[in-house]
Design a protein around this ligand. Sequence first.
Ligand SMILES: [Zn+2]
Length: 205
Amino acid sequence: MIIDFHMHERTFSSDSQMNLKEMVFEAKRKGLDGICITDHDEYGLAEYAMKLSKIENFPIFVGVEYLSIEGDIVAFGINDLPKRHLSAQEFIDWVNNRGGVCIAAHPFRNNSRGLEENLLTIKGLTGIEVLNGSTSNAANLKAMEYCMKLELQPIGASDCHNLISLGRYATNVPMECKTVEDLVEALKTVKCEPVILSGYKKLEL
Ligand SMILES: [Zn+2]
């Protein structure tokens, strides 16, 4: 399945221009097999996303983009958020203890919201965004180097806030996923690959 792992919907991400219905339409049009909503520190869309996913017969996985003290982390497999502001390691432990998974979002983007060199000391990450659509090629390349060194899942995601950039990058997940639990299981067990969507170009790692 080709899945875009990091996307923002306008109801809870004020910096996004898209509503969920048009995101699903555009994702289908571009050939994606599933999308992930990862609003900033917010799970509010989960119930509606589940309903729309059924109506449209299209997988919508709701995760979150959590701003830890050291930077942004995308998480799946949890249904709420910690009560206090946690460090990256505390948040990753919190998610892992609940059976979820964490992905370092755009670790080297130059907006002080990436985990940067903390990647080398933090334990328990499942993946790293090595292709983030809102990040420079140089920063993505550096993320790829760290991901290979740390042997984590290399994740591609558009981090889109508008329909043009939706699906710019995505991830090939070689397992059928219908629910977010399936997605978590896939991330823990099968090797995923980042892809550039046009023509499903696979990256040579
Ligand atoms: Zn984001």
